[in-house]
Design a protein around this ligand. Sequence first.
Ligand SMILES: Nc1ncnc2c1ncn2[C@@H]1O[C@H](COP(=O)(O)OP(=O)(O)O)[C@@H](O)[C@H]1O
Ligand SMILES: [Mg+2]
Length: 374
Amino acid sequence: MTNLPLPNTAPQSTTTRVGLVFGGRSGEHDVSIRSARTVADALSRGDNRQRYQVVLHYITRGGRWLVGDGATAALSGAIPTGSDHHLPRLPTTAHQVDVWFPVLHGPNGEDGTVQGLFTLLDQPFVGTGVLGGAVGMNKQAMKAAFATAGLPQVSYVCATANRLAYTDELVNNVEQHLGYPCFVKPTSLGSSLGISKAGDRGALLAGLQAAARLDDHLMVEAAVPARELECAVLGYGHLDASVVGEILYDAEWYDYTSKYSAGHSSLVIPASVPQAIHDRVQRLAVQATQAVGAYGLSRVDFFYQEDSQALYVNEINTMPGFTSQSMYPLLWQASGVSVEELVHRLIRLAQECHQGSPPHRTTNQPIQSTELSC
Ligand SMILES: Nc1ncnc2c1ncn2[C@@H]1O[C@H](COP(=O)(O)OP(=O)(O)O)[C@@H](O)[C@H]1O
Ligand SMILES: [Mg+2]
């Protein structure tokens, strides 16, 4: 349970009603609840208290939408019980919402699905649209988009779960193109779910089998020993990049436990890197966001090899973690944008986007051919 002040739910005629959507049908359900608390809290403080009325919409793990007491309880950590065995229905409160704020991470939320729903409803919503969400969430599509934009990435091989019937061919391909160690990943998850590091053929096979239980599409990447840098992006049309942060963790790699268990990781903001690297990360973060057609908010993650000064774009998150300890709001705070101002700007961007000014396209990157083995 949390002692956060309750969100400002008192109806006031001049306030904007924000439909805060959280929970959801992905493995990142719990993180979404924590992110939603930060957003609800920020919408209830300072000037935002007069500006916004929060209408909580909680999506159960089974996909049921709850409003009212059930949603308030869920935000406080008391997950309502009850059957999820019926078709998910949008609550009748939906038509009272002026702008949606989906704080959903992972599949069925960050991947264009809920964005498609709000687009059909013709209502403004925070964050990227269908395309940016869908491409950003699928590592294979994301990497193809990055390659087209000429962004630096580590080498990788794609596979389908049913190709595991021909494992020799796949493993030979991995060994020939990548070698060990390598990372095996489901294509469409997040939060390190289903990811493993393989140091030999046995671990690779085990990793592929484990990832195939979670996703039909898999990828294997060459492991790079590197520092991990992250940069936050905000905007519609013109995109701003935050200061750059670094993740430190006490595990071999940044797995689910080191991400979400207290005391296993820490953030260094700003990252201690040469100014030229800092500036390059910011430029690449904006280019990566444009490459997948995203806008609103994103966090772009990098591998940085200090010796060679090499930078590789690892991935983009179009609904990054938004908990009080998360990199995204903390990067903006360090860049001079408080979390209250951040959520306010995000809502203004959503309204601007809905009013139809097309995001101008500033990607003038030459299309480079990148050697891929997909
Ligand atoms: N190619 C790689 N080289 C080194 N570390 C990697 C590589 N790929 C993934 N990792 C480690 O695994 C973590 C999670 O991988 P990532 O692709 O970011 O998945 P997710 O989308 O679940 O966050 C990274 O933060 C990093 O610690
Ligand atoms: Mg990641």
